[in-house]
Design a protein around this ligand. Structure first.
Ligand SMILES: *Cc1c(COP(=O)(O)O)cnc(C)c1O
Length: 457
């Protein structure tokens, strides 16, 4: 038996195509609705925010979409990423399970997010866009898009959720190093931001609010600026499938196939990126892998939300999609996994969860950091607090396999490293980290504001 620890691909193995799961999904696509009329959106409405090529990808039924050569050239700065067998973690747990992780923390921005940022910057540049706006939670998405905009010579305005802006000043400096402008959201720069700050000058912000600001700036720019989203949308999830396509080849190198594929979910992109190519093998290839999406108990959209049409943002300017949601006006507790503080979930992932193709679980903050520290001590990598949710679930799977005396093959996505999250680690190590109770009352209030969409078949 080989004792190989990392499974590496060559540059020549870099995927040439993204995988569009919609081509194989047995579930009908759900419509995207206009936030004011509640009618299906026209490409005209979306083209205020996005370049046409991305709109076409959003609604595409093509199974494979070719990755443009300039995008692949930049991917080569960090792709293919390694697949690791977590041998030392297995030993520490004393489990017969085999634990694998795909290491997306090796990208220059420290997460999976450049996989779509580079693609989005490319298509915007090709369409003549000069300037982009976006939101960022923990700063991972803003860093990734700043990196990508720099490569393609685009200006970038980043609306950064205030609580993260305060917790992570160095993420902001990283974005500025790549040449972006960064603002703590809610800001005084938008009508929506000013209205919130008039009511609550101390607002910690949320991804939903920051999205509203970035969308408002693009939508009122007279075409000068476009908007870029780091998760949730079909085209974003599709760009992330390079993760799973590589992992399929690497599991092959390891001579194994996963019984369970695990990932953390904020908007769903890193998990879909790993999971969808394996889901294809379930749908078309006769495989029987189990899929587990992991979210924080503080923002449990999949496990406690409703599957309904809702706005993508707090100000009701972004399109309405059908998804698991806690309500667009829900402001999540200030957990350290800023990238998971979103009220909704990607429509495709929501549909797969609703139909039982993918399971969801929620894990609390303190147990998540216990897993992060156990992983750091065994494997050496300090994971992002977001990724630590996947690690918690992977460890629990491995312990369950141990209890049952089963050899189980577990694959999870290490979506990023936590080098900018030392404040969170410090709080944990000093015993100052808290669990948040499920914010039932806040969710109940937010549910009252769901748009009244009459179901259309
Ligand atoms: C943004 C982020 C996430 C959550 O976003 P998804 O779209 O659900 O992937 C998870 N992990 C890391 C490291 C992130 O930066």
């Amino acid at each position: 038996m080989s004792d190989q620890t990392r499974f590496l691909l060559n540059e020549t193995d870099l995927p040439k195509y993204w995988y569009n799961v919609m081509a194989d999904s047995p579930l009908p696509p759900t419509p995207v609705l206009h936030p004011a009329t509640l009618e299906p959106v026209t490409p005209d409405f979306l083209s205020v925010l996005f370049p046409m090529e991305l709109i076409l990808q959003e609604i595409s039924a093509e199974r494979y979409i070719e990755i443009p050569e300039p995008v692949r050239e930049i991917y080569k700065l960090y792709r293919p990423t390694p697949l690791h067998r977590a041998r030392r973690l297995e030993q520490a747990l004393g489990t017969p399970a085999h634990i694998y992780y795909k290491n997306e923390s090796v990208s220059p921005a420290g997460s999976h997010k450049p996989n779509t940022a580079i693609a989005q910057a490319f298509y915007n540049k090709a369409a003549g866009t000069k300037s982009l706006t976006t939101e960022t939670g923990a700063g991972q998405w803003g860093s990734a898009l700043a990196l990508a905009c720099n490569f393609f010579g685009l200006d970038l305005e980043v609306y950064m959720v205030r609580v993260s802006y305060d917790q992570k000043p160095y993420r902001r400096i990283m974005m500025e190093t790549y040449g972006a402008q960064v603002y703590a959201s809610p800001t005084e720069r938008t009508q929506f931001g000013r209205s919130l700050r008039a009511k609550d000058p101390e607002s910690p912000g949320s991804l939903g609010i920051a999205i509203s600001e970035a969308v408002e700036v693009a939508a009122t720019s007279g075409g000068a600026k476009k908007y870029s989203l780091g998760s949730v949308l079909n085209h974003v999830l599709m760009h992330q499938t390079v993760i799973g396509e590589e992992a399929l080849k690497q599991m092959d190198l390891a001579g194994e196939y996963p019984d369970v594929v695990i990932g953390c979910v904020g908007g769903g992109s890193n998990y879909a990126g790993l999971a969808y190519p394996f889901l294809r093998q379930n749908l078309k290839g006769g495989k029987h892998t189990r899929f587990v999406a992991v979210e924080p108990t503080a923002t449990p959209s999949l496990t406690k939300g409703v599957y309904a049409f809702d706005f993508g943002d707090t100000a009701k300017m972004a399109p309405i999609v059908k998804m698991y949601t806690l309500g667009h006006s829900f402001v999540p507790p200030s957990i350290h996994a800023g990238g998971l503080r979103y009220h909704g979930m990607a429509p495709s992932l929501s549909a797969f969860c609703d139909a039982g193709y993918i399971d969801a679980i929620a894990v609390p903050q303190v147990a998540t950091f216990e897993a992060a520290v156990a992983f750091a001590r065994a494997e050496g990598i300090l994971p992002a607090p977001e990724s630590a949710h996947a690690i918690r679930a992977a460890i629990d799977e491995a312990l369950d396999a141990k209890a049952k005396g089963e050899k189980r093959v577990i694959l999870f996505n290490l979506s990023g490293h936590g080098h900018f999250d030392m404040g969170a680690y410090q709080a944990f190590l000093r015993g100052q980290l808290e669990d948040y109770a499920y914010p039932a009352e806040a969710v109940k209030e937010a549910m009252k504001e769901l748009p009244q969409v009459v179901a259309k078949s």
